[in-house]
Design a protein around this ligand. Structure first.
Ligand SMILES: C[S@@+](CC[C@H](N)C(=O)[O-])C[C@H]1O[C@@H](n2cnc3c(N)ncnc32)[C@H](O)[C@@H]1O
Length: 351
């Protein structure tokens, strides 16, 4: 049980020290998490249930003294549940915590997204940040947007389709497109979001605007879902092409946080030119508010990938300014919900 009276008051010197330790502790947490995954502890404890430290260390080939400390710190970081450990003995029990079960499933074998996040982190974590900041070549640069059919397919399927549910739910709950008839979904992935919106709203027609390789995937996916009469695909590159006209709703779903503010402004200008009079611009996006650690985790990696721009996860105030500069006025903001870290902005053109 935590004794709240032992915690320092907010703004005190002790609280400031705690913040600093929070940063150093973040490094410890990350190393622990990497090894937790690499040693397949989720799988082991998911399959066997809580085990004594002695047995876990024997099964994993760990030095018992060091291994005990490691397991204890995993418990302090919230990944394990520790019991029977008052004397820090070899028999202290360690099992998966509720958090670990949420991330990796009850059997410890799930959590593709969380595992991929750590795997991507590890690709850059061991490089010298100072060397990279001074311009050293980065061994595994990536091209963004993805260019080869394999990388596009991996991205659209594993990263976008499999994680789309939270954003779709946020959008539906916001009711931002409840009155839409003709909706243009810019950077609309493989049509997953468009199909979900058409299933929710019987009078809706969606057009997915995307680059050629993604557009091809979208055509296949939309056909598999028997939605070709409701969801069309418009091949285009938003850097080169104007948007098709005649849409009463234009949607950016998880697309603007890939681009820095100058690009977003250019896109809003294009929407302003193409959208039907009285139309609505809808943005469903991870914003900076409430997502600071998320932003740090992603944008740290982006230092190593020159293809990504600056300040991609933007606060609402930046969106507001960009929209105003492009001739839009925000009419409604729906904050992020329980299910996902996206917020919804609705805007209309100022005449
Ligand atoms: C992060 S994904 C979001 C996909 C989808 N909206 C979703 O929420 O699942 C970004 C999308 O923007 C598309 N995209 C990137 N650059 C583009 C460009 N220059 N023109 C058109 N689409 C682009 C990508 O192909 C991808 O489908």
């Amino acid at each position: 049980m935590k004794h709240l009276e032992l915690l320092p008051p907010e703004g005190s010197l002790r609280a400031m020290d705690n913040d600093f330790y929070g940063m150093v502790g973040g490094g410890a947490r990350l190393r622990l998490l990497e090894v937790f995954i690499d040693l397949q502890i989720p799988e082991l404890l998911g399959y066997r249930g809580p085990l004594p430290a002695q047995q876990i260390c024997a099964l994993l080939g760990l030095n018992l003294h060091r291994g005990w400390k490691f397991l204890h710190l995993l418990a302090l970081s919230g990944l394990l549940e520790e019991s029977n450990g008052v004397y820090s003995g070899d028999e202290t029990l360690f099992g998966l915590s509720a958090n670990a079960t949420y991330y990796f499933g009850p059997t410890g074998t799930e959590g593709f997204f969380y595992r991929d996040l750590v795997a991507f982190w590890k690709k850059v974590a061991n490089l010298s940040l100072i060397d990279v900041l001074r311009g050293a070549p980065v061994p595994e640069g990536i091209h963004w947007p993805y260019a080869t059919p394999d990388s596009v397919a991996h991205f659209e399927y594993y990263w976008m389709r499999l994680t789309a549910a939270g954003s779709i739910d946020t959008l539906l709950q916001s009711q931002a497109v409840v009155n839409a008839h003709q909706l243009l979904d810019i950077g609309g992935g493989d049509g997953t979001v468009g199909c979900a919106l058409c299933s929710a709203y019987p009078d809706l027609q969606v057009t997915v605007f995307n680059l050629p390789v993604s557009a091809e995937l979208a055509r296949t996916h939309i056909a598999e879902r028997h939605m070709i009469d409701r969801v069309q695909v418009h091949e285009g590159d938003f850097f080169k092409d104007e948007f098709p006209t005649g849409f009463d709703h234009v949607l950016f779903n998880r697309t603007l946080a890939d681009w820095q503010p100058t690009v977003c402004k250019m896109l809003f200008d294009k929407v302003r030119r193409s959208m039907a009079p009285g139309g609505k611009l809808v943005i469903n996006e991870a914003m900076l508010e409430g997502n600071t650690d998320f932003t740090l985790a992603w944008e740290f990696r982006y230092i190593f990938y020159d293809a990504y721009g600056r300040a991609l996860f933007k606060p609402l105030s930046v969106y507001k300014q960009l929209l105003e500069d492009a001739g839009f006025r925000i009419t409604k903001v729906t904050p992020m919900r329980h299910e996902a870290f996206y917020s919804v902005i609705e805007a209309e053109a100022v005449h």
